[in-house]
Design a protein around this ligand. Sequence first.
Ligand code: SF4
Length: 707
Amino acid sequence: MTTIPLAGRELDSQCPYCSVQCKLRLTPEPASGGEPGEPFRYRAQGAPNAASQGRACVKGLNAHQHAFSSERLLQPLIRREGRLEPCGWDEALDAVAELWRSRIAAGDPDSIGFYGGGSLTNESAYWLGKFARIGVGTRHIDYNGRFCMSAAASAGVRAFGLDRGLTFRLSDIPEAKCILLAGTNVAECQPTLMPYFNEAKENGAYLIVVDPRRTKTAEAADLHLQLRPGTDALLAVLLLRLVLDEGLEDRAFIEARTEGFDEARRQAEALDPAEAAARCGVPLEDARSAARAYASAETAILCTARGVEQQTDGHEAVRQLLNLVLATGQIGRPGCGYGAITGQGNGQGGREHGQKADQLPGYRSIEDPADRAHAAAVWGVPPDSIPGKGVSAFDMMRLVHEGRIRALLVMGSNPVVSNPHAGFVEEALGRLDQLVVADLFLTETARMAHVVLPVASYLENEGTLTNLEGRVLLREASMPPPGEAWADWAVLNALAERLDRQERFRCGSAEAIFEELRRASRGGAADYAGISYERLRKEGGVYWPCPSEEEDGQGLLFADGFARPGGRAQFAARTEAGTGAVDETDGGYPLLLTNGRVLAHYLTGAQTRRSPALASRELESFLELHPRTAAALGIEEGEWVSVVSRQGEFAARGRLNAGIREDTVFAPMHWGGRQNVNRATRPELDPVCRMPGFKTTAVRVRPLRGG
Ligand code: SF4
């Protein structure tokens, strides 16, 4: 609990962390004996909302500690003679705008880049996308959600015609008779979802978990397929093959509601099941049990998360799993469906309204003339004044490294820690003429900046967030920002004024921006037209698509048809990627490194490392490795080790765990500097969705004794 020097009052808020978006109530209580005038501290508890049903996990319950942290940035900083020093807002914003004006005047707005985040509210995310495109006029905007679920997004669009995290409601989960969780450690990453799965198990559901590690989630499974990292696509094809072998496909569904099955079947039948199982590192009989349980269940849900998606064939891996969903007809009915379990609090909404390089608000395409015309009409500009498609987050870093992007605004992200090949990214950002970071703290990225802008935290920032179900929720501000911190969107308004574009950025509140967002999304795939703050206050949350205020949003998708032309879903043929996409291991780099989250931390740890209660649970990074692997390397429990890849090196404390494969090591992603796992991860990207291959890096490990 955090001690704060104010007479307390109860605060209602919503967790700033994962995609469930649990409601929180903060209650003040005396710090010690309850003497009059003494400081109060807050105790948080879960409060009922539609998604979390009143539950909250340890992250949410301690989130306010970072909001009240003494490390909060209270005024802008500007670099003078190599040092960041406090300054006023005018000086900071003038410095930013002066350089931008010169790049725009030189006819090179594309040399200015914008890097957003999946924790921004829908309003700030929308405003940032609009600002980049018609405030500055650059094509270069993308966001950290590129690393979150771009593989699931591209796969969903191609298979179903629509990308929404869950195609079902959370309340459908207990009705599922089989649940297949692939590459998702819900128990630690989205803990308040576990009761939904536990309830399903109590109702008789069979739980299958696919993961190279025996995670907390895998411990709850009836069957754990402990595959070799990078073989998810191959395993998915194998599962389809085994379904076909037993004649468990849903012929009627395939014929009535899909296309492309014959090619998918032909390729699955070309597979040698024994060889495929061996390459995946799973017993063939276990794979057969999984295929049988999933396909023959009356109702079944299949979910993926970053374990499947963060690979250089992540798009392909998800599509192959969607083949399994379609071949068995396990979608579009209560208790059935596919779900990509979003990681970030607003990972869903953050990508719907213009932060992605290729999308305009409402999931409109930046390359489609009609879509461009719609956005242009809402924004009051000619369609051809909206720049074209930009590049993905890591591709932007490459442009920065090449000197083609000279100035970068980072809002709500810490790319020095979160990008793969972090050493390269740090070098790239060091080459910028101007790096501007808007954040709560002096993060690893902010420390490199020329200008740092203090912004509001979740307790101070009003706005909507869209949870993993596609349910839009309103988070009210509980208090004003501390010091001189501003809302993110207010920073953009002030910059627009300095660029003489203020007429396009007149909205002076989150609600006014949301009203414009409603118009911008109207008729798009992610249609928010029927959702208002008033409605959200009354109803608690509304699913998109919701085209009018008279309609309920759609929780369960694809009951009648898919969102593709003709209403049919599309099977994927198996491609080369189906053969696996791992980094090559050899004598020099014999182990595969995979990364992920732990219960107490979130993303790069910029916030959770500043919460004493969370930091004390995991103070430093660790490398999980099998005891036999450790013995072979002479590594003992708790000693520091060096992990070296072809890209770079990081250090962590060895943690022995017989629940991980012997050929695999795991490190969390929440620490920067020398402990940053992304110093080692590789820069190759998925060719379709541009997702980096975070989950498969060949490494060698050695003890750091005396070094
Ligand atoms: Fe809920 Fe996720 Fe926050 Fe935990 S981290 S309280 S599960 S929203």
